[in-house]
Ligand binder design. Structure first.
Ligand code: PLP
Ligand code: MN
Length: 379
Protein backbone atom coordinates (compact mmCIF):
# COMPACT_ATOMS: atom_id res chain seq x y z
CA UNK A 1 0.00 0.00 0.00
CA UNK A 2 1.17 3.53 -0.76
CA UNK A 3 1.47 5.00 2.76
CA UNK A 4 1.17 8.58 1.54
CA UNK A 5 -1.85 8.14 -0.67
CA UNK A 6 -3.47 5.30 1.29
CA UNK A 7 -5.43 2.25 0.17
CA UNK A 8 -7.39 4.09 -2.51
CA UNK A 9 -4.37 5.02 -4.62
CA UNK A 10 -5.05 2.03 -6.87
CA UNK A 11 -8.34 3.57 -7.99
CA UNK A 12 -6.79 6.77 -9.35
CA UNK A 13 -7.66 7.08 -13.01
CA UNK A 14 -9.82 3.93 -12.98
CA UNK A 15 -13.19 4.37 -14.69
CA UNK A 16 -15.89 4.25 -12.01
CA UNK A 17 -13.17 4.25 -9.33
CA UNK A 18 -15.16 6.66 -7.18
CA UNK A 19 -17.68 3.90 -6.44
CA UNK A 20 -15.06 1.39 -5.31
CA UNK A 21 -13.25 3.36 -2.63
CA UNK A 22 -12.32 2.02 0.77
CA UNK A 23 -14.63 3.90 3.13
CA UNK A 24 -15.32 6.08 5.02
CA UNK A 25 -13.54 8.45 2.64
CA UNK A 26 -13.53 12.22 2.34
CA UNK A 27 -14.41 13.26 -1.22
CA UNK A 28 -13.66 16.55 -2.90
CA UNK A 29 -15.29 17.37 -6.24
CA UNK A 30 -12.56 19.37 -7.98
CA UNK A 31 -14.79 20.82 -10.72
CA UNK A 32 -17.16 22.27 -8.12
CA UNK A 33 -14.39 23.45 -5.79
CA UNK A 34 -12.51 25.21 -8.59
CA UNK A 35 -15.75 26.93 -9.61
CA UNK A 36 -16.35 28.04 -6.02
CA UNK A 37 -12.82 29.42 -5.80
CA UNK A 38 -13.21 31.28 -9.11
CA UNK A 39 -16.64 32.63 -8.09
CA UNK A 40 -15.33 34.10 -4.83
CA UNK A 41 -12.26 35.54 -6.56
CA UNK A 42 -14.45 37.22 -9.18
CA UNK A 43 -16.79 38.56 -6.50
CA UNK A 44 -13.90 40.09 -4.53
CA UNK A 45 -12.39 41.62 -7.64
CA UNK A 46 -15.72 43.16 -8.64
CA UNK A 47 -16.32 44.47 -5.11
CA UNK A 48 -12.83 45.95 -5.00
CA UNK A 49 -11.82 44.04 -1.90
CA UNK A 50 -8.86 41.74 -1.28
CA UNK A 51 -9.33 38.08 -0.47
CA UNK A 52 -7.29 36.28 2.18
CA UNK A 53 -9.19 32.98 2.45
CA UNK A 54 -9.22 31.14 5.76
CA UNK A 55 -7.57 27.71 5.67
CA UNK A 56 -8.85 26.53 9.06
CA UNK A 57 -11.22 24.23 7.21
CA UNK A 58 -9.19 23.11 4.20
CA UNK A 59 -5.85 22.73 5.98
CA UNK A 60 -4.40 22.07 2.56
CA UNK A 61 -1.37 23.43 0.72
CA UNK A 62 -2.84 22.54 -2.69
CA UNK A 63 -6.15 24.29 -2.02
CA UNK A 64 -4.33 27.39 -0.71
CA UNK A 65 -2.19 27.37 -3.87
CA UNK A 66 -5.30 27.35 -6.03
CA UNK A 67 -6.79 30.23 -4.05
CA UNK A 68 -3.61 32.26 -4.43
CA UNK A 69 -3.45 31.41 -8.14
CA UNK A 70 -7.03 32.75 -8.42
CA UNK A 71 -5.94 36.07 -6.91
CA UNK A 72 -5.91 35.71 -3.11
CA UNK A 73 -3.35 38.04 -1.49
CA UNK A 74 -2.52 35.52 1.23
CA UNK A 75 -4.10 32.90 3.46
CA UNK A 76 -5.51 32.98 7.00
CA UNK A 77 -4.69 30.28 9.56
CA UNK A 78 -6.49 29.66 12.83
CA UNK A 79 -3.45 28.16 14.51
CA UNK A 80 0.31 28.36 14.52
CA UNK A 81 0.42 24.70 13.46
CA UNK A 82 -1.67 25.44 10.36
CA UNK A 83 0.62 28.32 9.47
CA UNK A 84 3.71 26.10 9.87
CA UNK A 85 2.15 23.46 7.63
CA UNK A 86 1.20 25.93 4.87
CA UNK A 87 4.54 27.74 5.10
CA UNK A 88 6.27 24.40 4.55
CA UNK A 89 4.34 24.23 1.28
CA UNK A 90 5.61 27.63 0.21
CA UNK A 91 2.42 29.60 0.96
CA UNK A 92 3.27 33.21 1.91
CA UNK A 93 1.48 36.18 3.47
CA UNK A 94 -0.12 34.06 6.17
CA UNK A 95 -2.27 35.71 8.84
CA UNK A 96 -2.68 33.79 12.11
CA UNK A 97 -6.13 34.90 13.23
CA UNK A 98 -5.83 33.91 16.91
CA UNK A 99 -3.34 35.25 19.47
CA UNK A 100 -0.14 33.25 20.10
CA UNK A 101 0.62 33.67 23.80
CA UNK A 102 2.58 30.89 25.52
CA UNK A 103 6.40 31.02 25.64
CA UNK A 104 6.79 27.72 23.80
CA UNK A 105 4.48 28.87 21.02
CA UNK A 106 6.05 32.32 20.81
CA UNK A 107 9.40 30.55 20.21
CA UNK A 108 7.80 28.64 17.33
CA UNK A 109 6.18 31.82 16.05
CA UNK A 110 9.52 33.62 15.88
CA UNK A 111 11.11 30.67 14.11
CA UNK A 112 8.27 30.70 11.57
CA UNK A 113 8.57 34.46 11.21
CA UNK A 114 12.20 33.99 10.24
CA UNK A 115 11.35 31.72 7.33
CA UNK A 116 7.86 32.79 6.19
CA UNK A 117 7.50 35.95 4.09
CA UNK A 118 4.68 38.34 4.96
CA UNK A 119 3.66 36.60 8.18
CA UNK A 120 1.04 38.42 10.28
CA UNK A 121 -0.37 37.50 13.68
CA UNK A 122 -3.20 39.02 15.67
CA UNK A 123 -2.82 40.33 19.22
CA UNK A 124 -5.44 41.56 21.68
CA UNK A 125 -3.47 42.03 24.91
CA UNK A 126 -0.68 44.40 26.04
CA UNK A 127 1.18 41.69 28.00
CA UNK A 128 1.21 39.53 24.88
CA UNK A 129 2.48 42.46 22.82
CA UNK A 130 5.22 43.01 25.39
CA UNK A 131 6.22 39.33 25.22
CA UNK A 132 6.27 39.47 21.40
CA UNK A 133 8.36 42.66 21.48
CA UNK A 134 10.88 40.92 23.74
CA UNK A 135 10.93 37.87 21.47
CA UNK A 136 11.55 40.19 18.53
CA UNK A 137 14.44 41.87 20.35
CA UNK A 138 15.90 38.54 21.47
CA UNK A 139 15.90 37.14 17.95
CA UNK A 140 16.67 40.39 16.15
CA UNK A 141 13.48 40.07 14.14
CA UNK A 142 10.62 42.35 13.24
CA UNK A 143 7.17 40.80 13.75
CA UNK A 144 4.05 42.22 12.08
CA UNK A 145 0.98 42.41 14.32
CA UNK A 146 -2.70 42.94 13.64
CA UNK A 147 -4.77 44.40 16.48
CA UNK A 148 -7.92 42.37 16.99
CA UNK A 149 -11.11 44.28 17.77
CA UNK A 150 -14.12 42.37 19.10
CA UNK A 151 -17.21 43.06 17.02
CA UNK A 152 -19.79 41.38 19.21
CA UNK A 153 -18.68 37.76 19.19
CA UNK A 154 -17.31 38.03 22.73
CA UNK A 155 -14.40 35.75 21.88
CA UNK A 156 -10.93 37.19 21.25
CA UNK A 157 -10.25 40.86 20.54
CA UNK A 158 -9.85 44.15 22.37
CA UNK A 159 -13.19 45.20 23.80
CA UNK A 160 -13.10 48.97 23.30
CA UNK A 161 -11.89 51.52 20.76
CA UNK A 162 -9.53 52.93 23.41
CA UNK A 163 -8.00 49.52 24.18
CA UNK A 164 -7.50 48.81 20.47
CA UNK A 165 -5.87 52.20 19.92
CA UNK A 166 -3.61 51.77 22.96
CA UNK A 167 -2.46 48.41 21.62
CA UNK A 168 -1.80 49.89 18.18
CA UNK A 169 0.26 52.68 19.81
CA UNK A 170 2.22 50.18 21.87
CA UNK A 171 3.01 48.10 18.77
CA UNK A 172 3.97 51.12 16.71
CA UNK A 173 6.40 52.32 19.37
CA UNK A 174 8.24 49.00 19.55
CA UNK A 175 11.42 48.67 17.50
CA UNK A 176 10.84 44.97 16.86
CA UNK A 177 7.14 45.06 16.06
CA UNK A 178 5.31 46.40 13.03
CA UNK A 179 1.73 47.65 13.26
CA UNK A 180 0.12 46.02 10.22
CA UNK A 181 -3.60 46.47 10.73
CA UNK A 182 -6.84 45.53 12.45
CA UNK A 183 -8.90 42.35 12.52
CA UNK A 184 -12.64 42.56 13.20
CA UNK A 185 -14.32 39.19 12.63
CA UNK A 186 -18.03 38.73 13.34
CA UNK A 187 -18.24 34.93 13.31
CA UNK A 188 -21.46 34.98 15.35
CA UNK A 189 -23.30 36.62 12.45
CA UNK A 190 -22.28 34.16 9.73
CA UNK A 191 -25.16 31.76 10.29
CA UNK A 192 -28.05 34.18 10.83
CA UNK A 193 -30.80 32.62 8.72
CA UNK A 194 -32.35 35.47 6.75
CA UNK A 195 -30.06 37.51 4.51
CA UNK A 196 -31.71 40.81 5.50
CA UNK A 197 -31.16 40.09 9.21
CA UNK A 198 -27.57 39.06 8.56
CA UNK A 199 -27.00 42.22 6.59
CA UNK A 200 -28.49 44.47 9.28
CA UNK A 201 -26.45 42.82 12.04
CA UNK A 202 -23.24 43.13 9.98
CA UNK A 203 -23.99 46.80 9.23
CA UNK A 204 -24.23 47.50 12.97
CA UNK A 205 -20.83 45.91 13.57
CA UNK A 206 -19.23 47.56 10.53
CA UNK A 207 -20.35 50.92 11.98
CA UNK A 208 -18.34 50.03 15.11
CA UNK A 209 -15.33 49.22 12.94
CA UNK A 210 -15.81 52.58 11.20
CA UNK A 211 -15.80 54.32 14.59
CA UNK A 212 -12.55 52.53 15.46
CA UNK A 213 -10.99 53.53 12.13
CA UNK A 214 -11.99 57.18 12.68
CA UNK A 215 -10.42 57.09 16.13
CA UNK A 216 -7.23 55.48 14.83
CA UNK A 217 -7.01 58.00 11.99
CA UNK A 218 -7.24 60.90 14.45
CA UNK A 219 -4.26 59.41 16.29
CA UNK A 220 -2.27 58.90 13.11
CA UNK A 221 -2.76 55.13 13.38
CA UNK A 222 -4.80 54.36 10.26
CA UNK A 223 -4.33 50.63 9.59
CA UNK A 224 -3.08 49.39 6.23
CA UNK A 225 -5.09 46.18 6.61
CA UNK A 226 -8.63 45.80 7.93
CA UNK A 227 -9.56 42.12 7.83
CA UNK A 228 -12.69 40.12 8.66
CA UNK A 229 -15.82 38.58 7.18
CA UNK A 230 -16.77 35.05 6.17
CA UNK A 231 -18.74 32.87 3.78
CA UNK A 232 -22.05 33.85 5.40
CA UNK A 233 -21.45 37.57 4.86
CA UNK A 234 -19.23 37.50 1.74
CA UNK A 235 -21.71 39.61 -0.25
CA UNK A 236 -22.26 42.02 2.66
CA UNK A 237 -18.69 42.64 3.93
CA UNK A 238 -17.70 45.06 1.13
CA UNK A 239 -20.77 47.29 1.74
CA UNK A 240 -19.45 49.00 4.86
CA UNK A 241 -16.29 50.18 3.07
CA UNK A 242 -14.30 49.36 6.18
CA UNK A 243 -12.63 46.09 5.21
CA UNK A 244 -9.63 45.96 2.91
CA UNK A 245 -9.89 42.16 2.79
CA UNK A 246 -12.27 39.28 3.54
CA UNK A 247 -11.38 36.02 5.30
CA UNK A 248 -14.06 33.63 4.00
CA UNK A 249 -13.07 30.01 4.46
CA UNK A 250 -15.93 27.56 3.89
CA UNK A 251 -16.84 28.59 0.33
CA UNK A 252 -14.59 26.13 -1.56
CA UNK A 253 -16.39 23.22 0.18
CA UNK A 254 -19.75 24.36 1.52
CA UNK A 255 -21.75 22.26 3.97
CA UNK A 256 -25.34 21.64 5.03
CA UNK A 257 -25.40 24.55 7.49
CA UNK A 258 -24.25 27.11 4.92
CA UNK A 259 -26.35 25.76 2.05
CA UNK A 260 -29.50 25.71 4.19
CA UNK A 261 -28.96 29.32 5.20
CA UNK A 262 -28.31 30.40 1.63
CA UNK A 263 -31.57 28.78 0.51
CA UNK A 264 -33.61 30.41 3.31
CA UNK A 265 -36.59 32.36 2.04
CA UNK A 266 -36.11 31.32 -1.57
CA UNK A 267 -32.53 32.54 -1.67
CA UNK A 268 -29.69 30.90 -3.53
CA UNK A 269 -25.94 30.50 -3.23
CA UNK A 270 -23.31 30.98 -5.92
CA UNK A 271 -21.34 28.26 -4.13
CA UNK A 272 -22.16 24.55 -4.45
CA UNK A 273 -21.28 21.55 -2.31
CA UNK A 274 -17.88 20.11 -3.23
CA UNK A 275 -17.17 18.10 -0.07
CA UNK A 276 -18.73 14.74 0.74
CA UNK A 277 -18.17 11.72 2.94
CA UNK A 278 -18.50 8.41 1.16
CA UNK A 279 -19.64 5.46 3.28
CA UNK A 280 -20.62 1.83 2.73
CA UNK A 281 -23.67 -0.07 3.92
CA UNK A 282 -22.33 -2.71 6.33
CA UNK A 283 -25.65 -4.15 7.53
CA UNK A 284 -29.17 -4.10 6.13
CA UNK A 285 -31.32 -6.58 8.04
CA UNK A 286 -34.33 -4.35 8.64
CA UNK A 287 -36.69 -2.97 6.03
CA UNK A 288 -36.10 0.70 5.35
CA UNK A 289 -32.97 0.92 7.50
CA UNK A 290 -29.38 0.59 6.33
CA UNK A 291 -26.40 0.77 8.66
CA UNK A 292 -23.40 2.62 7.23
CA UNK A 293 -19.81 2.60 8.51
CA UNK A 294 -19.70 6.25 9.55
CA UNK A 295 -20.58 7.68 12.95
CA UNK A 296 -19.02 10.16 15.38
CA UNK A 297 -15.54 9.50 13.99
CA UNK A 298 -16.53 10.39 10.44
CA UNK A 299 -18.65 13.53 10.82
CA UNK A 300 -18.44 16.55 13.05
CA UNK A 301 -22.06 16.59 14.18
CA UNK A 302 -22.42 19.64 16.41
CA UNK A 303 -24.19 21.16 13.39
CA UNK A 304 -26.82 18.43 13.13
CA UNK A 305 -26.95 15.31 10.94
CA UNK A 306 -25.32 14.83 7.52
CA UNK A 307 -27.55 14.57 4.46
CA UNK A 308 -27.72 11.67 1.99
CA UNK A 309 -26.97 12.98 -1.50
CA UNK A 310 -28.55 10.30 -3.73
CA UNK A 311 -31.69 11.70 -5.38
CA UNK A 312 -33.70 8.49 -4.93
CA UNK A 313 -32.92 8.71 -1.22
CA UNK A 314 -33.98 12.34 -0.97
CA UNK A 315 -36.28 11.62 1.98
CA UNK A 316 -33.80 9.43 3.83
CA UNK A 317 -32.54 10.56 7.21
CA UNK A 318 -29.28 9.81 8.96
CA UNK A 319 -29.03 8.98 12.65
CA UNK A 320 -25.83 8.58 14.64
CA UNK A 321 -25.57 5.04 16.00
CA UNK A 322 -22.13 5.09 17.55
CA UNK A 323 -18.52 5.89 16.91
CA UNK A 324 -18.36 3.91 13.64
CA UNK A 325 -22.01 3.48 12.75
CA UNK A 326 -24.89 5.48 11.40
CA UNK A 327 -28.43 4.48 10.47
CA UNK A 328 -30.01 5.58 7.19
CA UNK A 329 -33.78 5.37 7.43
CA UNK A 330 -35.38 5.42 3.98
CA UNK A 331 -38.60 4.66 2.16
CA UNK A 332 -38.31 0.98 1.19
CA UNK A 333 -40.94 1.48 -1.55
CA UNK A 334 -38.70 3.86 -3.54
CA UNK A 335 -35.25 2.41 -2.93
CA UNK A 336 -33.42 -0.63 -1.67
CA UNK A 337 -30.07 -0.51 0.10
CA UNK A 338 -27.99 -3.68 0.36
CA UNK A 339 -24.67 -4.44 2.02
CA UNK A 340 -21.73 -2.98 0.12
CA UNK A 341 -23.82 -0.17 -1.37
CA UNK A 342 -22.22 3.25 -1.50
CA UNK A 343 -23.94 6.12 0.33
CA UNK A 344 -22.50 9.62 0.10
CA UNK A 345 -23.30 12.46 2.48
CA UNK A 346 -23.14 16.23 2.48
CA UNK A 347 -21.32 17.16 5.71
CA UNK A 348 -23.11 19.20 8.42
CA UNK A 349 -20.08 21.45 9.14
CA UNK A 350 -17.11 21.28 6.80
CA UNK A 351 -14.21 22.56 8.95
CA UNK A 352 -14.18 20.08 11.85
CA UNK A 353 -15.21 17.23 9.53
CA UNK A 354 -12.16 17.67 7.27
CA UNK A 355 -9.95 17.51 10.36
CA UNK A 356 -11.12 13.91 10.89
CA UNK A 357 -9.47 12.70 7.68
CA UNK A 358 -5.91 12.16 6.49
CA UNK A 359 -6.69 12.67 2.81
CA UNK A 360 -8.95 14.28 0.25
CA UNK A 361 -10.11 11.91 -2.47
CA UNK A 362 -10.39 14.29 -5.39
CA UNK A 363 -13.02 13.30 -7.91
CA UNK A 364 -14.28 14.51 -11.25
CA UNK A 365 -17.56 12.80 -12.08
CA UNK A 366 -17.15 9.06 -11.48
CA UNK A 367 -13.36 9.21 -11.56
CA UNK A 368 -10.92 9.46 -8.67
CA UNK A 369 -8.28 11.76 -10.14
CA UNK A 370 -5.94 12.64 -7.26
CA UNK A 371 -5.41 12.11 -3.54
CA UNK A 372 -4.23 15.08 -1.47
CA UNK A 373 -3.12 15.13 2.16
CA UNK A 374 -5.01 17.21 4.71
CA UNK A 375 -1.64 18.81 5.44
CA UNK A 376 -2.47 20.60 8.68
CA UNK A 377 -4.75 17.90 10.06
CA UNK A 378 -4.76 17.92 13.85
CA UNK A 379 -2.47 20.91 14.03
N1 PLP B 1 -12.08 34.21 10.03
C1 PLP B 1 -12.04 33.67 11.26
C2 PLP B 1 -11.27 34.38 12.33
C3 PLP B 1 -12.72 32.46 11.52
O1 PLP B 1 -12.69 31.93 12.75
C4 PLP B 1 -13.44 31.83 10.47
C5 PLP B 1 -14.23 30.60 10.69
O2 PLP B 1 -14.62 30.22 11.75
C6 PLP B 1 -13.42 32.40 9.18
C7 PLP B 1 -12.75 33.60 9.01
C8 PLP B 1 -14.05 31.73 8.00
O3 PLP B 1 -15.39 31.75 8.06
P1 PLP B 1 -16.37 30.90 7.14
O4 PLP B 1 -16.25 29.48 7.53
O5 PLP B 1 -17.66 31.52 7.50
O6 PLP B 1 -16.03 31.14 5.73
MN1 MN C 1 -16.77 26.59 10.56
Amino acid sequence: MNMTLGPNAKFIGVKGGRRQLNTPALLLDLDVMDRNIATMAAHAKKAGINLRPHSKGGKSIEIARRQVAAGAIGICCATLGEAEALAAGGIENLLITSPVVTPAMIDRLMALNGRSRGLLVVADNPDNVEALAQAGAATGQSLALVVEFDVGQGRTGTTSVEAAAALARRIKSSAHLRYAGVQAYYGHLQHIQAHADRKAAAATQMARVKALLDHLKAEGLSPAIVTGGGTGTFDIDPDGHVYTEVQAGSYPFMDREYLEIAMTAGGSSPFAAALFVQTSVVSANREGLAIVNAGYKSFATEGGPPVVTRPELANASYRLMGDEHGGVAYDAKSARLAIGDVVEFLTPHCDPTINLYDRYHCVRGDMLVEIWPVDARGR
